[in-house]
Design a protein. Structure first.
Length: 365
């Protein structure tokens, strides 16, 4: 190092290593905010944008999301309200790649919160915005929306009254961004198992042991593995039967132990009768969360004259999943006649078929 010392200061323009074999020149002017010194490979230190902003390493592929806390619970005094625990998250704006901004969001516990969707929708998605305010949405965040919000989870209020359950689906800031975007676009993915089969001489269903991937679905079990959840084998109960209200949302019947082959959904908001000799294709969708799952059965949305025509129709059958229940994984399609009372016997007689669904979400292409 060559230079001179004044009171409590060392002034120099060159730094050398201890042997004097290498040296680097220093810049003559200060850098700007969020810049740090780095070598240029040619013997000089220069100011460059740092990978670290507010202590967050931008080079690790992180994104907006939860850091800690933010648990959602039903309010103990009033089941129409919910609470959020103290928490911390980060929102990263990288619209301008030359000037990425990172804002740490911290909030105190929030008690006795209301959702405007409780009396008109089946659920509410909860998040925190860039100002630390609570957001309530009828639908989950889009892949673009989660870039500017901290997603916490979902409230369920199936009866349009009390909040019945809370489900944590946090998006953590250090989860792989590309995976998150794909998972948000395609919904729940089935990794292995979760095969739907007939339970016996009845209209009940069984599900095998399996593993699913859904953003935040395992957060309560493992913060290190928040997105992959293992589901045990069990009878599929309760079933929630679903048909469309004619306006893009769902009408839900629940809770049941059996499917109902005698009716179908024509999108009028009222179920119609399936004749004894007619067939429909019902759709089994599961929604995993914390080693549990909810199961929805979409009523058939088209009537077929015979078993053979239904089997052929399945090749192009694309059920319409209402927006307010989108995001699960389609595990099976059930081809069933209107007069069926015994799934196992129907399979043996080739009047019933249970066909495995796709790997990804509600995609049928």
């Amino acid at each position: 190092m060559s230079g001179f010392v004044t009171i409590n200061k060392i002034r120099t323009q060159t730094l050398s290593n201890i042997s004097g074999e290498a040296s680097w020149t220093l810049p003559l002017e200060d850098g700007t905010d969020a810049e740090s010194l780095a070598t240029d490979g040619n013997g000089a230190f220069v100011f460059r944008k740092s990978h670290f902003v507010n202590g967050i390493d931008l080079s690790s592929g992180i994104h907006s999301g939860l850091i800690s806390g933010g648990q959602i619970t039903i309010n103990k005094s009033d089941p129409t309200q919910f609470d959020i625990s103290v928490g911390k998250g980060v929102i990263i704006n990288d619209d301008n790649r030359e000037n990425i901004t990172v804002k740490i969001i911290e909030w105190d516990a929030k008690i006795g919160l209301e959702t405007p969707w409780r009396t008109i929708h089946h659920g509410t998605w909860i998040g925190i915005d860039i100002d630390g305010n609570v957001e309530t949405n009828e639908l989950d965040y889009t892949p673009d929306g989660i870039r500017y919000h901290i997603r916490l989870g979902r409230l369920s209020h199936w009866g349009y009254g009390n909040i019945t359950t809370t489900s944590e689906f946090p998006l953590y800031f250090n989860a792989n961004g590309e995976f998150i975007m794909m998972a948000m676009a395609y919904g729940t993915a089935n990794v292995i198992g979760n095969v739907i089969s007939a339970n016996g001489a009845n209209l009940m269903l069984d599900k095998s042991h399996g593993i699913c991937v859904r953003v935040g679905a395992n957060a309560n079990i493992s913060r290190r593995n928040p997105n992959m959840t293992t589901l045990p084998a069990n009878i599929v109960t309760p079933l929630r039967r679903v048909y469309r209200d004619g306006n893009g949302c769902s009408m839900i019947e629940g809770d049941f132990d059996i499917i109902n082959p005698s009716q179908y959904d024509d999108n009028s908001g009222t179920l119609k009768r399936v004749k004894r000799s007619q067939y429909t294709i019902q759709t089994v969708i599961i929604y995993p969360f914390n080693k549990l799952w909810r199961t929805f059965i979409l009523y058939g949305q088209k009537v077929y004259k015979s078993y053979e025509s239904a089997v052929n129709g399945l090749q192009t059958y694309i059920p319409i999943v209402p927006d307010d229940i989108f995001g699960g994984n389609t595990r099976a399609f059930i081809i069933v006649p209107g007069n069926c009372e015994n799934l196992t016997k129907g399979i043996e007689e080739e009047s019933v078929a249970i066909v495995k669904g796709p790997i990804f979400g509600n995609s049928y292409g």
